[in-house]
Design a protein. Structure first.
Length: 534
């Protein structure tokens, strides 16, 4: 999919342009061409990093971490804010750490995205306050089959929801007091990887009672209207019962782990929606949830279930309409496939977590080429060479693109499994190959690794392109199929203040005498291509 990468945004035709905040606070708009996070009234790309879970529990840790981030080219930091630290005693809040975090961010000209570790963190409730953990009667746990409680608060408990809502509302009230214009705190994550573990459904008393309730009419209506948005296992279980339009969960659906997970997802989404609404009532910043896509071939219960995984996006969108974004954290599998699953209808792409590895810079360029609101490697405070160097170089390129204006762009990724991508951009058919496919370059042996290669390509004018990335070979042909595209010129250069600065002409061996554009894999490069037709 080709997206427009740039600062000028038209809102005509946007189905969710109303998401723009009239109060001038940060907001998310879809725009006519690509989604955007507006900060101080202007589109803002989050060149971000996420601090490790325990790297922001004291102000000293925050100061030490923040001091290293600007050098990497970050403009935003994602920081855990834990329930246990802000409400150590019920109703008594402590916001010194939050205030210090915001002050430290301003000192380094960074934006902040608080990650609310409330009732849930990676399916469990490890960051709930002691007064919540100890009061099992008031704050019941989820249970596995056989009356086996787990260290995860029940999402079916009104007491759990109310306590979480009150704490989050207090946090947002304090954020408003500290940063009323939304200049520093620009976005908020609500809960963290909310999902069930080991089984697809809570077997506790409260969940069992909810199982006897009517299936929500809105959910059944959506199932009837867009059945393709639901897992085939759900459709099969519904079909076995004759597709009834009402009834309890067991009457509407035949037994199925996919239905049990659907039940869980609906109630998780409703829980989150209540927390989001409580926070936005105090300070209406854009809010999102994160999710790790499930591994293919696994059944509910074999992965953290019921969270906003790809086959439950429709359920979560329906159950939590107050959310602005559902954001994938792609820690395994192919990055482009993981991102693609979350570019679902009008859900903007945001990557709040990813491994800090040798491919992180390539993944960053790809994400922004695909129109991502932001990109954020996990445990950013631990970045070391070569990962830090790759991310820094990629972020420097992304920062330079901010001044280019509104231009069509696309992200590309190639590796050993998929060495070629074909796409259209700017009236041209582009074939993007991994550089190891070129006969002149040494091909690795069958067991040798191929580094992940990629980047982004911009159509900056008629028959004019910028190719940015590493380890790529790119050819061009007219999209109409008429005639041939030749290279009028190929220049290697750099980006500076929204302009391409040529350093040397590459019309000879470096382009194989005009056969392709090549960006070597030993570092990120920028080449400007001007075509002609013959």
């Amino acid at each position: 999919m080709v997206l427009v990468l740039g600062l000028a945004l038209g809102l005509a035709g946007s189905a969710r342009a109303e998401k723009k905040n009239d109060a001038g606070l940060p907001s998310i708009v879809l725009g006519a061409h690509r989604p955007a996070l507006l900060v101080d009234g202007k589109p803002f790309r989050m060149r971000a990093g996420q601090l490790g879970n325990s790297s922001a529990s004291t102000l000293a840790e925050v100061k030490e971490s923040f001091s290293h981030l600007v050098a990497l080219g970050l403009n935003t930091v994602l920081v855990p804010v834990t329930w246990e630290l802000i409400e150590p005693q019920e109703g008594k809040f402590a916001f010194d750490l939050v205030a210090g975090m915001i002050a430290e961010a301003r000192k380094h000209d960074l934006r902040v995205v608080p990650l609310w570790f409330g009732a849930y963190k990676n399916s469990m409730s490890s960051y709930a306050p002691a007064w919540v953990k100890r009061d099992v009667a008031r704050f019941p746990r989820a249970e596995l089959i056989g009356d086996k409680p787990i260290e995860s608060l029940s999402a079916f408990s009104r007491a759990v929801l109310d306590a979480d809502r009150k704490a989050f509302a207090a946090l947002m009230r304090e954020v408003k007091r500290l940063d009323p214009n939304g200049h520093t705190v620009i976005l908020v994550q609500v809960e963290n990887n909310m999902a069930g573990v080991n089984e697809p459904k809570d077997s506790g008393a409260l969940a069992s009672a909810a199982w006897k309730d009517e299936v929500p009419a809105a959910l059944l209506a959506e199932l009837l209207r867009v059945p393709g948005d639901f897992h085939p296992g759900v459709l099969a279980a519904w079909g076995k019962k004759g597709k009834p339009a009402s009834g309890s969960w067991s009457k509407v659906f035949a037994p199925s782990p996919w239905v049990a997970e659907l039940f869980t997802a609906w109630h998780y989404a409703r829980f989150v929606d209540e927390v989001v609404k409580a926070g936005k009532a105090e300070h209406p910043l854009p809010m999102f949830v994160n999710a790790t896509p499930n591994r293919p071939g696994k059944f509910p219960g074999q992965y953290p279930s019921g969270g906003p995984v790809p086959h439950l996006l429709a359920t979560w969108r329906l159950g939590a309409p107050s959310l602005d974004v559902i954001a994938p954290e792609v820690y395994f599998g192919k990055f482009d496939e993981g991102c693609g699953k979350y570019k679902w209808r009008q859900n903007p792409l945001l990557v709040p977590g990813i491994s800090l590895d040798a491919a992180v810079g390539v993944h960053a360029l790809y994400a922004f080429g695909q129109g991502a609101l932001g990109f954020s490697p996990f445990a950013i405070e631990k970045a070391g060479d070569p990962e830090a160097a790759g991310l820094k170089a990629a972020y420097a390129l992304v920062a330079s693109l901010d001044a280019f204006g509104e231009v069509p762009a696309v992200g590309v990724l190639v590796d050993k499994d998929i060495p070629t991508q074909r796409l259209t951009l700017g009236g041209q058919l582009l074939e993007v190959n991994h550089e190891f496919t070129f006969p002149v370059i040494r091909k690795p042996g069958p067991n040798d690794p191929w580094p992940i290669s990629g980047g982004l390509i911009l159509a900056t004018g008629p028959e004019e392109f910028l190719v940015i990335g590493r380890g790529l070979l790119v050819t061009f042909a007219p999209e109409t199929g008429k005639g041939q595209s030749g290279f009028l010129s190929v220049d290697e250069g750099q980006l500076s203040k929204g302009k391409f600065v040529p350093l040397r002409r590459l019309n000879g061996d470096e382009t194989d005498q005009g056969r392709h554009v090549r960006l070597p894999g030993d570092g990120f490069g920028v080449q400007k291509v001007v075509l002609y037709r013959y």
